[in-house]
Design a binder for this molecule. Structure first.
Ligand code: KIV
Length: 267
């Protein structure tokens, strides 16, 4: 089975919507692989799996370990790996060295960078040297300390125009697709019409070429999720019920039972 790659995703612009989810572990990647076109090893791993308050503390080494796990668990979906904060903003050369390391050590097909005002030149540098790049505009989680929180973007005319320009610059620099996060429907549609590559929305309406969610959010693993998340399951409730049942069985000596123990051979 051939794995999907950047050109397969790029050519879906304006066609059937592109299905994307985040993945951080091999067993979850295996479960998601068949239904998803693209699995993102997002730096949200820092918050979702490692309990960090934001993504700023995520390291290249963390991304490599989770990237390797997701590649082992999946066979068909394209795997994109986030470049963490501090690994691409300093210079295009440093970004290239870190992107090459991520790709060599994980086997992922592309990297994602948050496309702030200074990043288009770096995307151009990476793409010209053989690194497929996905951009990310609108709410940029790595800018949380500058922004003072995770806030929807593009509400005012100036910010709206800036985000549209960043999206156009990211696509013009050679990104094969663009995550559009936390913007109103009008801006998401404007970006989608303005760029020739697919837009992948998260909290950005159905006006994008595809959608992505943090898997653990949509599976209902947390007691709180942002407004834009639809919870397709209540795994938190299921886990709490299962753990409570296990605890009661252990305390009452109902577990393990005869079917769950080993017997010595008769001599
Ligand atoms: O890190 C991440 O999970 C992301 C998605 C929210 C798009 O960037």
């Amino acid at each position: 089975m051939r794995r999907l790659a950047a050109p397969d995703i790029a050519e879906r612009k304006g066609k059937t919507p592109i299905v994307c989810l985040t993945a951080y572990t091999a067993p979850m990647a295996e479960l998601l692989d068949e239904a998803c076109d693209l699995l993102l090893v997002g730096d949200s791993v820092g918050m979702v799996i490692h309990g960090l308050p934001n993504t700023v503390g995520v390291t290249l080494e963390m991304m490599i370990l989770h990237g390797q796990a997701v590649m082992r668990g999946s066979r068909r979906a394209m795997v994109v790996i986030d470049m963490p904060f501090g690994s691409y903003e300093g210079s295009a050369q440093e970004a290239y060295a870190n992107a090459a390391r991520l790709m060599k050590e994980t086997g992922a097909q592309a990297v994602k960078v948050e496309s702030g005002p200074t990043v288009a030149d770096t995307i151009d540098y990476l793409v010209k040297r053989g690194v497929p790049v996905m951009g990310h505009v609108g709410l940029r989680p790595q800018a949380v300390l500058v922004d003072g929180g995770f806030k929807a973007k593009g509400k005012g005319a100036d910010e709206r125009a800036r985000i549209l320009e960043e999206a156009k610059a990211t696509a013009a620099a050679g990104a094969f697709a663009l995550v559009v996060e936390g913007v109103a429907e009008g801006l998401a549609r404007e970006i989608t019409e303005a760029v020739s590559v697919p837009t992948i929305g998260i909290g950005a309406s159905a006006g994008c070429d595809g959608q992505i969610l943090v898997t653990d959010d949509m599976l209902g693993l947390f007691d709180w999720t942002p407004k834009f998340v639809r919870r397709y399951a209540d795994l938190r409730g299921e886990i709490l019920r299962a753990v409570e049942a296990y605890a009661q069985d252990v305390q009452a000596r109902r577990f393990p039972g005869p079917a769950e123990i080993y017997f010595a051979k008769a001599v």
